[in-house]
Write a new protein. Structure first.
Length: 321
């Protein structure tokens, strides 16, 4: 499919283990899930902030190497807690392929289509303790989200400023700031095993955005190759592989409240392990038009294959097989 080596283990169907509170009416189930979600946050985030403060006050490499693994263990326990309340309140049928044989002590560049905030919980649930903690690139405004903004800061999730082309023409000094943020983040990520998460679409898919973009893909927005190129340039020698993830919600992508109410009945996930394209790793995406074109062609082919796979998986979901 992609022109690169793929690893495609057999299908795993993951069924819920408890469903203790699934008998509750959806609104009550949603309130219970929300309460458990908040309790889980309030338990783990203070521990994250305490360790992050130590690292802030003692900015030495030796301290970072000692504290960072502890921060990651706390984050993994937090995610495990989320999986716990999801198991208690949800009855979701998980049809998953491709997560066997991954390495916890390695580096991965993870790419996924993006439809809902629920995508993040799906990814964390499936990859937690299978690969290193997923590190997301977040919009700068999200740092002001109560409690969570501080947690993302403590875990050193990079915060990006998105500017329109008109703004950059008026403020040329801001051009390249996001690239510099990405580069600095990747330098930190290179110290201990990390999974760098990249949504190539840059935003969640909606029919309105799809129409506005005039996207050539049936189920995807146009991909943006710049962030992926910067990550590969900065850490190409560290990454074990690219994990290309496709998520399909056969009954429609739920919003977060629908998910908390237990409306997510089925989710299909496919993970392809792709070899790092070494011919692109050292390319100068920003300064070399030929390199930029090569990256864009590679990403466009990746997206064509993903679009076809989503169509196939949607048909699979419609048949219920």
């Amino acid at each position: 499919m992609y022109g690169f080596a793929l690893s495609l283990p057999s299908v795993n169907v993951i069924t819920p283990t408890s469903q203790m509170f699934h008998f509750l009416p959806p609104p009550l189930r949603g309130l219970l899930a929300t309460s458990l979600l908040l309790l889980n946050i309030l338990f783990w985030v203070p521990l994250l902030l305490l360790l992050a403060l130590v690292k802030l006050l003692l900015p030495f490499r030796s301290i970072r190497l000692a504290v960072d693994p502890l921060l990651l263990r706390i984050a993994e326990a937090w995610i495990a807690g989320n999986s716990g309340w999801m198991g208690l309140t949800q009855r979701t049928r998980w049809d998953v392929q491709g997560i066997d044989g991954l390495k916890y002590d390695s580096w991965y560049l993870v790419n996924c289509n993006h439809q809902s905030w629920v995508d993040i919980l799906v990814l964390q649930h499936l990859f937690n303790r299978r690969i290193p903690l997923l590190k997301f690139f977040l919009k700068q405004q999200l740092i002001w989200v109560p409690i969570m903004g501080l947690a993302w800061w403590a875990l050193e999730f990079p915060f990006m400023r998105r500017h329109t082309e008109d703004y950059l023409k008026q403020h040329p000094e801001m051009r390249g700031k996001d690239q510099e943020t990405t580069r600095k983040a990747c330098e930190k990520f290179a110290l201990i095993p990390t999974s760098v998460m990249n949504f190539l679409e840059g935003t969640r898919f909606t029919p309105a955005k799809h129409q506005r973009q005039k996207s050539p893909y049936r189920h995807l927005l146009k991909p943006k190759a710049g962030g992926l190129a910067l990550a590969l340039n900065a850490m190409g020698d560290k990454f074990q592989a690219i994990l290309d993830v496709t998520i399909v919600y056969p009954d429609g992508a739920p919003d977060f409240w629908q998910f908390l109410r237990g409306n997510l009945k089925r989710v299909i996930v496919r993970v392809h392990t792709i070899e790092i394209p070494q011919q692109l790793v050292q390319c100068d995406y920003a300064g070399d038009p030929a390199a930029r074109e090569a990256y864009q062609k590679w990403v466009q082919q990746l997206w064509l294959d993903k679009d076809a796979q989503i169509e196939t998986l949607k048909q699979l979901g419609l048949t219920g097989t």
